[in-house]
Design a binder for this molecule. Structure first.
Ligand SMILES: Cc1cc2nc3c(=O)[nH]c(=O)nc-3n(C[C@H](O)[C@H](O)[C@H](O)COP(=O)(O)OP(=O)(O)OC[C@H]3O[C@@H](n4cnc5c(N)ncnc54)[C@H](O)[C@@H]3O)c2cc1C
Length: 326
């Protein structure tokens, strides 16, 4: 059993889904699970955190946490860790995990493992064992931590299922004020620009329709969008399609893009490189359209059509339209 702290995040008024996933991963280690939420007005996400498995939620408050960006979060998380002394600290692969986590781990002389997809406990040493993709997703490494300091685990999203919310679960919500001096804020937050997003978020979509280099240009993405709309889903892309400028990087699925776990993942003109599959291996069903019957995507797909997308896609969209109408 280890005492864990999940450095949590809110998504508007709700608990961020990646935080709920980390709480589930932390519960699997057997000990108490504390969650820290940084900033003001987070009572609702705190209640949700308890419903999905947290034992105690620390509402970490300071005016500068609302305006001071990651410098303020670094100061706050360091103080929370010193006060609670967790053995394991979980963070998501957001700015918190990529920027704040490593800086706090350095200050605490702690070890840190990025991009973890599995966390278990070594009963012998009491240390956690993590598994993480390496070499561009071509291999998975198993790692553990040294003797001293808390163990910082940065979790990839969509690899753990959040626990079913139980509104009757009881837990403590504790307010904690931290000491942050304005002189600690060296990066000035100028503006937050919301990514222009329409419809369902790629990471949360039950159906994702993705296109790759095989589409040959940006225009076919309009057809993928049409299909995604009919299915109530979202549009994704391979990195090759994003690099070509056919579609914005916010649509990229893969190792250096988004991790998705939809019920249905339809890929059109995507070869299935390991770096792409690293972002969609959690998909329940993959449907592949590719003219190369040897394409790796067919090895991963539950359903596949070998052929030219220009012939297949319009007929497929028409059939789905008829089915949706009826
Ligand atoms: C460190 C690193 C990180 C990376 N991160 C990512 C990542 O996050 N996401 C990602 O996607 N990639 C990533 N990549 C790139 C990855 O290795 C591949 O290069 C990329 O996924 C290929 O994209 P693609 O499948 O669209 O293109 P290709 O590999 O060129 O495949 C195109 C496919 O389209 C098919 N095709 C062509 N014409 C047609 C047609 N008319 N009809 C039907 N099918 C057709 C072809 O048979 C082929 O299989 C990364 C690479 C590195 C080194």
């Amino acid at each position: 059993m280890v005492e864990t702290l999940v450095a949590g995040e809110a998504d508007g008024d709700a608990l961020d889904s990646a935080t709920a996933e980390m709480i589930a991963a932390a519960r699997g280690l057997g000990g108490n699970v504390d969650v820290a939420l940084f900033g003001s007005g987070l009572d609702q996400p705190a209640a949700e955190a308890i419903a999905v498995g947290a034992d105690k939620v620390w509402l970490v408050e300071h005016d500068l946490l609302d305006t001071g960006g990651t410098d303020a979060q670094v100061a706050a998380l360091e103080q929370v860790c010193k006060q609670i002394e967790p053995e394991v600290v979980f963070l998501g692969r957001s700015a918190l995990g990529r920027d704040v986590g490593p800086r706090v781990a350095f200050r605490l002389d702690a070890g840190l493992a990025q991009d973890c997809i599995e966390v278990t406990l070594d009963a012998g040493t009491g240390k956690v064992i993590v598994r993480r993709p390496v070499y561009g997703g071509n291999a998975v490494a198993t790692a553990t931590f040294g003797e001293d300091g808390p163990q910082f685990v940065i979790m990839r999203a969509k690899v753990y299922e959040p626990l079913e919310p139980d509104q009757s679960r009881e837990g403590d919500i504790v307010r904690l004020s931290v000491d942050i001096e304005p002189s600690m804020i060296r990066v000035r937050h100028v503006e937050t620009v919301e990514a222009a997003g329409e419809g369902v978020r790629l990471e949360d979509a039950a159906v994702v329709v993705s296109g790759g280099r095989g589409l040959g240009g940006p225009e076919p993405f309009a057809q993928l969008g049409e299909l995604a709309d009919l299915l109530g889903g979202a549009v994704g892309a391979s990195r090759a399609a994003c690099d070509a400028g056919w579609v914005d990087y916010s649509h990229q699925v893969g190792l250096t893009g988004k991790t998705i776990a939809p019920n249905v993942y339809i890929t059109v003109g995507i070869s299935g490189a390991s770096q792409h599959m690293a972002g969609c291996s959690g998909a329940k069903n993959i449907v592949a359209v590719n003219r190369d019957r040897e394409a790796n995507m067919f090895k991963e797909a539950s359903y596949g059509v070998v052929g030219d997308w220009e012939k297949i896609l319009p007929a497929f969209i028409e059939t789905v339209r008829e089915l949706v109408k009826s």
